[in-house]
Design a protein around this ligand. Structure first.
Ligand SMILES: Nc1ncnc2c1ncn2[C@@H]1O[C@H](COP(=O)(O)OP(=O)(O)O)[C@@H](O)[C@H]1O
Ligand SMILES: [Mg+2]
Length: 387
């Protein structure tokens, strides 16, 4: 369970309660202030977790709060305590609880993902690079007398499996995997970015000292360099703190197994000192033909296919599409049969997916990454290879 999620929902609930309390006292000014904060917290939650299972309910609640806010601001004195918008969200109590047990900072998702290297189609070079940079050194540090990299940067177009790769690493080593979304480090709701970075590394070092290898995965790491920051100058401090921590695990604490994997779709947003801390840079490209074929196989393994479906031919047709595009296309083709099934009364079983379903989807679904974009990644790689 993600702690940041719990913090935001918890904050929203507290503000909502304070709002009610103020409203029942007749202190409309205070009521408005609290309701505004509740709205902000929920908006931040929806920004960070748009696909969370609670998101649809939170959207409803948010609408209610906003309506109420307009009403209050409009006619302060007339507003009445209303009971129609109860806040039902259960807060993740565990993440907030202060116990003797060490807990990672709240913005960390400490859940072992189930994905393995076998679930990832292609990307053989990237997998090998990760084995050499993380998995082997963790297993036999004595075989690496010259040291090994602590910072690994995965970069490439969106939807190519970067997040998946990092998640799979966690399953290939017996260690602790800390998933951090860079945007949540920068969120003003979750404390000062600079302190968050410090807490994250402190926790990682402490765990590593006890003998557990720790892999910190920072997704969309370019966000650490500023775009999402709400505080003037804050992003510079976050960046500097991050560089300092990276140096720490490289030098002073280099006997500890703390690894940082960063992923980004926008490597050109990173500056040189930042890039330098990631000695290993791994390009995660669009899937080649073999990878597309494998991915189609993985994705269709649980779907009934008509005999005319030719995966080889489909793999050819999908040139230029990313892994997540391909997943969407398979899903779209399958949905055609499901839609048809329900619209025709839902009797018996849906028909198998045919080649025509794929072709129809492809007519409207274009690759999400264009060729010009690909060139940018390659140029960037060339430029920073030797750094
Ligand atoms: N190489 C791949 N093998 C299997 N699935 C993939 C691959 N690349 C992308 N996908 C699919 O696309 C989704 C998005 O991939 P993700 O790892 O989040 O991409 P990125 O982090 O590079 O933007 C995955 O959850 C998976 O369903
Ligand atoms: Mg990703």
């Amino acid at each position: 369970m993600n702690g940041a999620r719990g913090v935001l929902l918890g904050a929203a609930r507290r503000y909502a309660l304070a709002f009610k309390e103020a409203e029942s006292r007749g202190d409309y000014e205070d009521a408005v202030v609290n309701l505004k904060r509740a709205v902000e917290a929920l908006e931040e939650y929806l920004r960070l977790y748009p696909d969370d299972f609670m998101a649809p309910r939170v959207r409803q609640i948010l609408e209610g709060y906003k309506r109420k806010l307009r009403e209050l601001e409009g006619r302060e004195a007339l507003a009445q305590a209303s009971d129609d918008e109860e806040y039902h969200v259960e807060v993740n109590g565990k993440a907030l609880k202060k116990s003797g047990v060490k807990e990672p900072p709240v913005f960390v998702l400490k859940e072992k993902p189930k994905v393995t290297f076998n679930d990832i189609a292609g990307l053989e070079e990237a997998k090998q690079a990760i084995r050499e940079a993380i998995i082997y050194p963790i297993r036999r540090p004595d075989l690496f007398p010259l040291g090994w990299p602590r910072g690994i940067l995965l970069f490439g177009p969106p939807g190519t499996g970067k997040t998946m790769l990092a998640a799979a690493v966690a399953n290939e080593v017996d260690g602790e995997f800390l998933y951090v979304d860079a945007a949540s480090i920068m969120s003003k709701w979750l404390g000062e970015g600079e302190k968050n970075v410090r807490k994250l590394f402190e926790y990682a070092r402490e765990r590593a000292r006890e003998g557990t290898p720790v892999i910190i995965f920072i997704d969309e790491i370019d966000a650490l360099l500023g775009v999402h920051s709400n505080e003037v100058g804050g992003e510079v401090r976050v960046r500097n703190q991050f560089l300092k921590e990276m140096d720490g695990i490289q030098d002073k604490d280099s006997n500890l197994h703390v690894y940082v994997i960063g992923a980004t779709n926008k490597p050109w947003k990173l500056d040189e000192p930042f890039i330098r801390r990631f000695q290993k840079r791994i390009y995660v490209p669009l899937p080649d033909r073999a990878a597309r074929r494998k991915l189609l196989e993985l994705l269709t393994s649980k779907i009934k296919l008509a005999p005319d479906v030719d995966l080889d031919k489909l793999a050819d047709m999908l040139e230029g599409y990313s892994g997540s595009d391909i997943r969407d296309i398979v899903q779209g083709a399958y949905m055609r049969t499901i839609r048809e099934y329900f619209e025709s009364g839902g009797k018996g079983e849906p028909r198998p997916v045919s080649m025509k379903d794929f072709i129809e989807i492809l007519k409207v679904r274009k690759p999400s990454v264009d060729k010009g974009m690909l060139k940018l990644y390659e140029e960037w790689y060339e430029r920073f290879k030797a750094l």
